[in-house]
Design a protein around this ligand. Structure first.
Ligand code: GLC
Length: 426
């Protein structure tokens, strides 16, 4: 790409970020997602840092200002009233001073904060702000292992598909069968007002999402009870890999800032997690798989959640196989990395997390593959990501076969990732 084309795309990306900036936090996009989302904010901070480092730190600080007393960082913070989204605070009823949801999302904050710190021009301010965030992120990591890994196996479970960030993945289908739909209070969806229903979850899936929410609400959002009480407990390799990478990054950062206690605890979490991840590996699929903790069985579903572990320091041979798997997918889909293997009959090129490409996922996989020396596979992912932007703009997600923009438009984290791709990996 020429220098002027690059600077033009960066300028357009910055415009999207500014448009969705509410002052101390960003919203993912207007209309569809009018509040602050957890992992969106952490990844978006990387994009913000390119033109305003101080603002980037604020993004993450605002999120952590709404951390629960037990350590959990919620997946949504409802800073302002808005009736454009369902389920809103009146459904969650978590009783927090500022309304939040009652579940969490991928723990990417530790990674983002380390990256902000490493790249900071204002080192003094970055050190102060990182030091203040360290114990909060550490408390979140501790929360995960205490509440979502009750037998201490080194891997944490999600108890609601929305926690994975890959909300509607095929990975959840079988385990979701166990979630009843009786007793779900009547509701009106709002997502289908903003996006094509054919690209969104089905009515039945939505009933189950809401059943789980009501179930947890009925248990008073007491995290000490929710895991065991949930009919849905899935160990997602992507989710765990993000937590493991974040723990390893937090350990490095803590070490650099002289916080040796936090460094040691997080190093231990990362090491234990990496060893336990081996249980999720599938030679047949050439990637990791989810584990259904209720049945104790691996879920045979080749989703991008099993490629995402490239983001963590997995064994070299695993990273090499994942790089090959990405190349193989590139032979089936014009744009990588599809969120599901196109050969699977359940693949759907346009429906939310059942086929489409997400640039945040691409970013994390490319980052990990490049770090492991798999530059060709990493470059291929970067190239696909930039092609999608040029051809289809800053969409929420994209059709991996046709490249069409899908879901919400003018999407914040997509814009942030584009800046990252252009500045750091191309
Ligand atoms: C969808 C995505 C989730 C994201 C949210 C806001 O729910 O599945 O990962 O955080 O939108 O962008």
């Amino acid at each position: 790409m020429t220098a002027s084309a690059t600077s033009d795309i960066i300028a357009r990306a910055v415009e999207v970020l500014k448009e969705n900036d509410q002052g101390a936090y960003t919203i993912p996009t207007k209309g569809l997602y009018p509040f602050q989302w957890n992992w969106d904010s952490c990844l978006t901070a990387l994009g913000l840092a390119h033109y305003d480092e101080a603002r980037a730190w604020t993004e993450i600080e605002t999120l952590f200002a709404h951390q629960w007393p037990d350590g959990m960082v919620p997946h949504i913070v409802f800073h302002v009233w808005n009736d454009g989204y369902f389920p809103g605070p009146e459904v969650w009823r978590t009783g927090r001073p500022t309304a939040t949801s009652g579940i969490t999302q991928p723990a990417v904050a530790g990674f983002a904060v380390r990256r902000l710190f490493d790249r900071a021009k204002d080192k003094k301010s970055a050190a102060d702000r990182a030091r203040a965030l360290l114990p909060k992120i550490d408390a979140w990591h501790r929360w995960f292992y205490e509440n979502r890994d009750p037998t201490g196996e080194g891997l944490v479970a999600i108890i609601h598909p929305w926690e994975s960030g890959r909300d509607n993945s095929i990975d959840w289908d079988d385990a979701f069968e166990r979630v009843p739909t009786e007793g779900v209070e009547p509701y009106t969806r709002r997502d289908t007002l903003h996006a094509d229903p054919a690209h969104r979850p089905t009515r039945e899936q939505y009933d189950r999402y809401i059943w789980l929410l009501q179930h947890f609400r009925g248990l008073g959002w007491d995290n000490a009870r929710l895991h065991d009480a949930s009919p849905f407990q899935v160990v997602d390799p992507g989710f765990n890999a993000i937590l493991i990478r974040a723990a390893a990054d937090l350990a490095e950062l803590a070490e650099a800032l002289g916080e040796t206690g936090i460094a040691g605890a997080n190093r231990a979490r990362a090491q234990k997690g990496l060893a336990a991840m081996e249980r999720l590996w599938s030679d047949a699929q050439g990637q990791y798989l989810c584990l259904d903790r209720v049945t104790g069985k691996l879920i045979d579903s080749a989703s991008v959640g099993g490629i995402l572990p490239a983001f963590a320091a997995i064994p070299e041979a695993r990273a090499a196989t994942l790089a090959t798997t990405v190349e193989r997918l590139a032979g089936k889909a014009r744009y990588v990395v599809p969120s599901h293997d196109p050969d699977d009959p359940r693949f759907d090129a346009k429906r939310y997390w059942r086929g489409p490409v997400w640039l945040v996922v691409n970013y994390m996989i490319a980052d990990g593959l490049a770090a492991a020396g798999h530059h060709d596979a990493a470059r291929r992912i970067t190239q696909s990501s930039l092609d999608l932007i040029r051809e289809s703009g800053f969409a929420e997600y994209y059709d991996p076969l046709a490249g069409d923009p899908l879901g919400g438009g003018r999407f914040t984290w997509t814009a942030a990732m584009v800046i990252e791709f252009l500045r750091h990996t191309s």
